[in-house]
Ligand binder design. Structure first.
Ligand SMILES: [Zn+2]
Length: 267
């Protein structure tokens, strides 16, 4: 009798093991199919966007919208002088080399190009036409030239991507700047007021504000709506690390895209 019970128990155990193996095998077999599906979907979505660009069919919330991106600074600054505004005799260096990460030691011109690439990709995914003043570090393009480049292209909006720096380590947060007294001042401010809250919402960063200043050559020479975006402080150790994190860069980009969508909807 004892032997019978032992045999039945052994049989049950064997069956249970078989069942588990079959389940495991089934899961394993299904897994690659599940991975394939989203990849195919993404490829299809990409094709749709590309088709829309070619045929003019609307796809994406920014189809038909032209956006300029000016990644601030460059590898080597240019101390040659240029006038800061049309009809002004006041001059400033053509382009400075910017600040750098207090903790990562990464220079601003590198950080802002990465943020700009994330922004470009997010805009393209929404069907926008994107133009960049630079895609490498070793260039020599003055702030006035950057503005004129975008004026000539006739873009709908320019975002000049920067990170801030100050000697106060605790300073942090996002601030947007527009010109006060020159062309398209009001329109730029309206766009900035759409973009700032969306960037804060996406990143959880501190909201500094939208500021009007006549001190930026690149803003003053712009004849299309133009905003200087200070994405955060590289002189703040925590924000420096965040600003150089690709995931955080994507959040900044997504916030800017949502703000641009809001702004274009108002138009
Ligand atoms: Zn800068």
């Amino acid at each position: 009798m004892k032997r019978m019970i032992a045999m039945v128990l052994a049989l049950c155990l064997a069956l249970a093991c078989l069942g588990a193996a079959a389940e495991g095998g089934l899961e394993w077999a299904e897994a690659p199919a599940a991975v394939d599906e989203p990849a195919e979907e993404a490829a299809a979505a990409g094709e749709e966007t590309a088709d829309a660009d070619g045929t003019g069919e609307p796809a994406g919330r920014l189809a038909g919208v032209k956006i300029g991106i000016d990644p601030g600074h460059q590898e080597h600054g240019n101390n040659g002088k240029e006038t800061i505004a049309p009809n002004s005799k006041k001059t400033k260096p053509k382009v400075s080399s910017g600040t750098r990460g207090v903790k990562t030691k990464i220079p601003e011109y590198m950080t802002v190009l990465e943020i700009s690439f994330a922004l470009r990709d997010a805009l393209l995914a929404e069907g926008a036409e994107v133009y960049m003043t630079r895609e490498t570090h070793d260039v020599d393009i003055s702030n006035q030239e950057r503005a004129k480049m975008m004026n000539d292209l006739g873009v709908d909006l320019v975002l000049r991507i920067h990170c801030d720096g100050t000697n106060k380590k605790s300073a942090n947060g996002i601030g947007l700047f527009v010109n006060k007294s020159y062309a398209i001042s009001k329109e730029s401010k309206r766009a900035a007021q759409c973009i700032l809250p969306r960037m804060v919402e996406a990143t959880g960063a501190k909201k500094r504000g939208v500021y009007e200043r006549d001190t930026y050559t690149g803003l003053n020479w712009s004849t299309v709506p133009c905003i200087l975006v200070e994405c955060g402080y590289l002189t703040n150790p925590d924000e420096d690390v965040q600003l150089n994190d690709p995931e955080y860069q994507k959040l900044l980009a997504q916030g800017m895209v949502e703000g641009i969508v809001d702004y274009m909807r108002e138009n």
